[in-house]
Design a protein around this ligand. Structure first.
Ligand code: NDP
Ligand code: ZN
Length: 353
């Protein structure tokens, strides 16, 4: 059977293609999208060639969908089930998974399959490996548009706070308040951060950051962020930094504003540049106990069930981020171009298929 999809044709080029619909393995599921959202990572992949060239690969890794077929060994899902589809779908039996790093199952970053090693979710159908372990049932009463944020924005932003090991009363700086950074702000607030400084420039994101718990805003276009954070903190700096925006030079700023013993959690996808420079003196000449961790978002059914419970019980409202809503599969292209161009009123587009 043939299906349509919106694809990366090569570096810098996208378009609609037709290809064979995916086939279901015994442990797998075939899903049709109900709601999808393009990601800044799709932009890095296509227009920066960040993971190398890909030809006629269907894009997209953020979706809520309906199961249309399951393999003979799938135990907990049936056709017709509505599911949350995480961007990262590991092979759970891999040695890396057994070591606790399922996102790297089969090789570094290889738990990221959609729109990387195989067709993504911007097709009429898509394939999900190990469906029992990778898909979670969408609870009744949760809006599928809001739930699409559970595919990537919520687990990634929350992972930033996890990597930075935010604790009660910490002063935290979240650099970047696009949708990922906003979920970083929400996660830091839930983990009990005291002062929560958010760095961005667009008003729509600043307003949302305050709504999610930011206590102070730093505009990186109004001068150096280190100077601004140091002034806000009376020269003391911050306990933790979550990086969800910027570029390879952002690490130097994060290291500089961090107190000794502090921790940086990076979830930003560095699309360009060969090296990250760590300033020697500000890093305590190598002895400052300023820890840097960076990670791809973990997926998995358990994590999805826990994250959706935050929405079910009123602790997290992702709908605030949905500034642009489209109805119809054909609007995927428009939504992706919005992500590429980042108009000032955009946080995140969603397409109801
Ligand atoms: P956005 O582009 O929407 O947000 C980026 C944010 O960074 C904006 O607030 C922007 O400010 C700010 N920013 C830009 N330049 C600078 C700078 N020089 N200094 C400080 N802040 C700056 O991106 P998303 O929120 O969608 O995604 C963030 C990153 O996370 C992307 O690189 C994405 O690919 C990555 N990602 C990583 C994943 C993972 O698993 N680790 C998964 C998903 C995404 P403003 O626009 O207000 O000017
Ligand atoms: Zn993404």
């Amino acid at each position: 059977m043939k299906m349509k999809g919106y694809a990366m044709l090569g570096i810098g080029s996208t378009g609609w293609i037709e290809k064979d619909a995916p086939k279901c393995g015994v442990l797998d599921a075939i899903v049709r999208p109900i709601a999808v959202s393009p990601c800044t990572s799709d932009v890095h992949t296509v227009w920066e060639g960040a993971i190398g060239d890909r030809h006629d690969m269907i894009l997209g890794h953020e979706a809520v969908g309906e199961v249309v077929e399951v393999g003979s060994l799938v135990k907990t899902l049936r056709p017709g089930d509505k599911v949350i589809v995480p961007a990262i779908t590991p092979d759970w039996g891999a040695l890396e998974s057994q070591a606790g790093y399922s996102v790297h199952s089969g090789g570094m970053l290889a738990g990221w399959k959609f729109s990387n090693f195989k067709d993504g979710v911007f097709g009429e159908y898509f394939h999900v490996n190990e469906a029992d372990a990778n898909l979670a049932i969408l609870p009744e009463g949760i809006d599928p548009a809001a739930a699409v944020m559970l595919s990537d924005m919520v687990p990634t932003g929350f992972h930033g706070a996890e990597l930075a090991q935010v604790e009660y009363g910490d002063t935290v700086c979240v650099i970047g308040i696009g949708p990922v950074g906003l979920m970083g702000v929400a996660a830091c607030a839930l983990k009990g951060a005291g002062r929560l400084i958010a760095v961005g420039s667009r008003q729509v994101c600043i307003d949302a950051a305050k709504g999610y718990g930011a206590t102070d805003i730093v505009n990186y276009k109004n001068g150096g962020i280190v100077e601004q954070v140091m002034e806000l903190t009376g020269g003391r700096g911050v306990d933790k930094v979550v990086i969800a925006g910027g570029d390879v030079d952002t690490f130097a700023q994060a290291v500089t504003m961090l107190k000794p013993g502090g921790r940086i959690g990076n979830v930003n996808y560095l699309g360009a540049g060969d090296y990250i420079k760590i300033p020697r003196v500000e890093w305590g000449c190598g002895m400052g106990h300023k820890n840097i961790a960076g990670g791809l978002m973990p997926g998995g059914r358990l994590r999805m069930e826990k994250l959706v419970s935050l929405m079910q019980y009123g602790r997290l409202d992702t709908s605030i981020m949905l500034t642009h809503r489209f109805n119809g599969f054909e609007h995927i292209e428009e939504a992706l171009m919005l992500m590429k161009d980042k108009p000032r009123d955009l946080i995140k587009p969603v397409v109801m298929v």
